[in-house]
Design a protein around this ligand. Structure first.
Ligand code: CA
Length: 474
């Protein structure tokens, strides 16, 4: 009689073999792999950290984090609003490739089959968890919630604490909050102010990670997204700012700075700071007209493809592997973080990533270390929002293709505030960049979008004709 091994024996054998590989990895160099911490803030202005020029808001602890690593002045996100920007960040692919061009409140611009990142897309969290990392999302998700497979625990995160939607009251109540801990609604308020609570949850997650296991934490603060709500003691520090919204925003930034201080101190106290790769940035530019943020010297705001909507402050710190006190001035994009993290974690991207998909980022580490000379991570970067507004940066030239007007052309090296449209002086360059933008669109759709005729509302006209503050207030 033919005998079959029992399923339990097969499982034991499989675990044994897997265990051999895991142990081989462990014994090879137990402390080599860094922890990875993404500190993503929400709707922060480009000019609202003191290390990025703010004269009103002192952020000494975030400045110190930059001083311990690399301050990046030309880092971009791939979307000008929250949800598509995060879809690009976590997949390492232009989110346009899977039809994700707007927030989920605009389902006509998100693939209707999903209303989430499609399930065949793997996220940074999936890759790092498969590589043995302990993973957490703490804070804002905003990447789908209408099916179980949309939720963070199904997308590579071992632990989730936070909200699924795009914003939240900063003083949650037991009977009035939208917070979740994994798959359970939160009924008890442990920390009164949400920014502080996310910070505490992060420290607890770090402490819960078993010794010797690296962790990946996607700490996604909603600070300083609206509603503008700050603690009284923080508001008191900015009593000299007359405008109430700006005063509250400054107080929220102060709380964020104190949170970064607590996290860095904890990492230092536990001996983990030197081998933790920390990336601090904002998911899109500041919406000046709603949260009183300032993007100076950039023009424009959240939702726009001018620099004020898509260029954000980045700080990249990893004392063990990156230089300290350095400023990096070449353009890159959030899509680069996936390959950067895989490289840092020693994960072979070629055998891990889906060969049928296009990944748009590059490993930034050699660039940040200065090993690439003057070479840029990208010669060309692209953006498209809601199927119409589009932009391309090629070298230092940037072309904006907006539906209500002829293309605009700016030279960012000489005009970072995009105040001097040079399109009429360089018609051949405009044609070349329009074609290049169209060629990029053809990599993920059948027809390029040329000039589209759309209803130009009074509200849109007001937004695009607004004047934004491109100098810092004292
Ligand atoms: Ca945002």
């Amino acid at each position: 009689m033919k005998t079959h091994p029992r399923p339990s024996a097969i499982r034991a054998l499989a675990f044994g073999v897997a265990g051999l590989f895991v142990c081989a990895a462990c014994f090879a160099e137990p402390d080599a792999r860094p922890n990875i911490l993404v500190i993503l803030v929400d709707d922060m202005g480009y000019g609202d950290l003191s290390c990025f020029g703010s004269k009103q808001i002192a952020t000494p602890h975030i400045d110190a984090l930059a001083g311990a690593g690399v301050r990046c002045t030309q880092g971009y996100v791939s979307g000008a609003v929250c949800s598509p920007s995060r879809a690009g960040l976590l997949t390492g692919r232009y989110q346009n490739r899977f039809g994700y061009e707007h927030n989920l409140t605009h389902p006509e611009h998100v693939n209707p089959e999903y209303l989430a990142i499609p399930h065949d897309e793997k996220l940074i969290s999936d890759h790092l968890r498969a590589a043995g990392y302990h993973t957490a999302l703490i804070g804002k998700w905003h990447l789908g919630q209408s099916a179980d497979w949309h939720l963070p625990n199904a997308r590579g995160f071992d632990y989730f604490f936070g909200m699924l939607k795009g914003n939240h009251n900063y003083f949650p109540k037991p009977d009035n909050n939208q917070l979740w801990r994994n798959n359970d609604r939160v009924k008890q308020i442990d920390v009164p102010y949400l920014t502080d609570w996310f910070t505490q949850e992060t420290l607890d997650f770090i402490d819960r990670t078993p010794a010797g296991q690296p962790w990946f934490c996607y700490l996604s603060y909603n600070t300083p997204h609206t509603p503008l709500q700050a603690k009284e003691e923080d508001l008191a520090k900015f009593a000299h700012i007359a405008d109430k919204r700006r005063r509250t925003y400054a107080a929220m930034q102060h709380c964020l700075d104190e949170s970064v201080a607590k996290i860095v101190k904890h990492l230092k106290d536990t001996g983990q700071f030197d081998n933790t790769l920390i990336v601090f940035f904002s998911d899109n530019g500041g919406p000046c007209q709603s949260n009183a943020s300032i993007n100076a010297p950039l023009w424009g705001q959240k939702g726009m493809l001018h620099e004020g909507g898509i260029r954000v402050p980045y700080i990249v710190t990893w004392p063990k592997r990156l230089p300290a006190g350095k400023t990096y001035d070449q353009p890159f994009i959030a899509l680069d973080l996936l390959p950067t993290f895989l490289a840092a974690a020693g994960v072979d991207a070629e055998s891990t990533l889906n060969p049928k998909k296009t990944y748009d980022g590059v490993d930034l580490l050699p660039y940040l270390r200065g090993e690439k000379g003057e070479a840029r991570p990208h010669d060309t970067l692209y953006w498209r929002a809601a199927l119409k507004n589009a932009a391309i940066r090629d070298g230092d030239w940037k072309l904006l293709r907006l539906p209500h007007r002829p293309p605009q052309l700016f030279n960012l090296a000489e005009d970072v505030s995009e105040r001097h449209d040079l399109a009429a002086e360089h018609p051949q360059l405009v044609t070349k960049l329009m074609r290049k933008l169209n060629d990029w669109e053809l990599t993920f759709q059948k027809q390029p979008v040329f000039m589209t005729s759309v209803y130009w509302s009074k509200q849109n006209r007001k937004k695009y004709e607004s004047q934004f503050q491109i100098t810092q207030p004292e």
